[in-house]
Ligand binder design. Structure first.
Ligand SMILES: C[S@@+](CC[C@H](N)C(=O)[O-])C[C@H]1O[C@@H](n2cnc3c(N)ncnc32)[C@H](O)[C@@H]1O
Length: 400
């Protein structure tokens, strides 16, 4: 496997962002179409012409423009697009003469930084940076923002619903720490993500909103692969989501979509439908969060990542320390592939005594290793701490 294939394997979620760009390209927005024509579409297929897809396109379009409105209105000079996916927000932000930091998984930033480069002029390039992060890894984000001066405005569109409970808490702790360090605020459209789609669908078709929410929940499970990550952002009420964020140390202020967005560009020739949809958004909110002084520093402790592989009698032994996440898992997969090319392993033993955290990316690597064995029961994990052990057990592993 080459580097790119390894990155794709450890976190296939990047592909959902390509889908978002593809759907948005249907609106005909020139920046979006330019970006879409420049990405590698991989297995992205043509979209069906049906009201579910139409509802998704319009709600994505609305969130895309809301993002742009927030970037314009904020008094912060630096906008952090987390996760940036493949959308052309960098162009919009640079045209506003504001600094743009696009943060996402390495597989995404590698490609999108090259695409953006084609469409930014020399002056605009000065404002734009892309960095690879794992949003659950504080140091990767801290590193990405190390040159920032002044307050930041982080905008999150399309991430919270992908996390499991642990990742969600870690992520919110990380954002809190960034805001304590830089000052500024965090906006997210994710609190009303699914509801916005359902309202759009119902306004277009006159049918029940539930048809759209059911379709979305099925799609989410397909894209995320794991179906156990039910959290307050996938199943909770708006109030539970707000309470959760307040418990994470944020003050939450809300804005309604129609306050911020007066037109939906792709529907400007159909004002009746446009107004019907905007009217359906009366209760739809965007949340602005600021960090209060709660000390959340317990989220800090992380050992540096190391991996030690050794082979004896067809047994591969691996000792891992630190965080096995989207940033570190590719290294483990790569070294494992190199060893595997020269050996046929009968057993794999993982010593997890110093493994402080494992994300989906790490679980995917374990799954690849386990499935490579003739007898999957001979994939053994020992010494995992309670938290890591819980996650591994949920994924069907026995910890010895
Ligand atoms: C639904 S897309 C949204 C992207 C973009 N905001 C948009 O609206 O198109 C989800 C994005 O989250 C990114 N992502 C998933 N897990 C992540 C993590 N742990 N750290 C950083 N980005 C992550 C994926 O790579 C993907 O680009």
């Amino acid at each position: 496997m080459n580097d790119n294939e390894i990155l794709k394997k450890v976190n296939p979620l990047y592909f959902s962002a390509k889908g978002c760009l593809g759907l948005l390209a249907e609106t005909g927005d020139l920046d979006i179409v330019n970006f879409y024509n420049s990405i590698d579409k991989e297995q992205l297929t043509a979209f069906d012409d049906n009201p579910i897809i139409k509802g998704r396109i319009i709600s994505l379009e609305v969130r895309y423009h809301i993002w742009n409105v927030i970037a314009k209105e904020t008094d912060c000079q630096t906008i952090v697009d987390l996760p940036c996916g493949y959308l052309p927000h960098s162009l919009i932000t640079a045209r506003l003469n504001k600094n743009y930091y696009g943060l996402d998984l390495p597989i995404v930033t590698d490609e999108i930084s090259r695409v953006a480069d084609k469409f930014l002029n020399e002056r605009e390039k000065f404002f734009v940076q892309y960095h690879s992060v794992d949003a659950t890894n504080y140091f990767s984000m801290h590193n990405a923002l190390k040159d920032v001066q002044g307050k930041i405005c982080i905008i999150t569109d399309g991430l919270l619903g992908h996390f499991n409970c642990d990742d969600l808490k870690i992520f919110c702790g990380n954002i809190h720490r960034l805001l304590m360090k830089f000052g500024g605020c965090w906006y997210t459209t994710d609190s009303h993500f699914t509801a916005l789609m359902s309202k759009t669908y119902a306004a277009i078709t006159g049918k029940d909103e539930a048809i759209m929410s059911n379709a979305t929940s099925k799609g989410r499970k397909k894209v995320g692969e794991f179906d156990k990550n039910e959290t307050v952002f996938t199943n909770g009420t708006f109030e539970e989501r707000r309470n959760f964020l307040e418990e994470c140390g944020f003050t939450v202020e809300s804005f309604r979509y129609p306050e911020k967005l007066k037109i939906i560009p792709s529907l400007k020739d159909n004002p009746t439908l446009m107004n019907k949809i905007l009217a359906a958004y009366q209760d739809m909110e965007i949340w602005k969060l600021t960090a209060d002084d709660t000390d959340l520093s317990e989220n800090e402790i992380d050992l540096p990542f190391t991996q030690n592989l050794s082979v004896k009698d067809n047994i591969l032994s691996i000792r891992i320390s630190g965080r096995l996440d989207t940033i570190t898992a590719p290294k483990l997969l790569q070294q494992y592939e190199e060893y595997q090319a020269e050996n046929k392993f009968a057993e794999i033993h993982i010593d997890a005594a110093e493994l402080s955290y494992i994300s989906y990316a790490g679980l995917r690597v374990f799954k690849i290793m386990r499935e490579s064995l003739d007898d999957e029961n001979l994939f053994k994990i020992v010494n995992a701490n309670d938290e890591v052990g819980e996650i591994l057990k949920e994924d069907g592993y026995t910890i010895n």
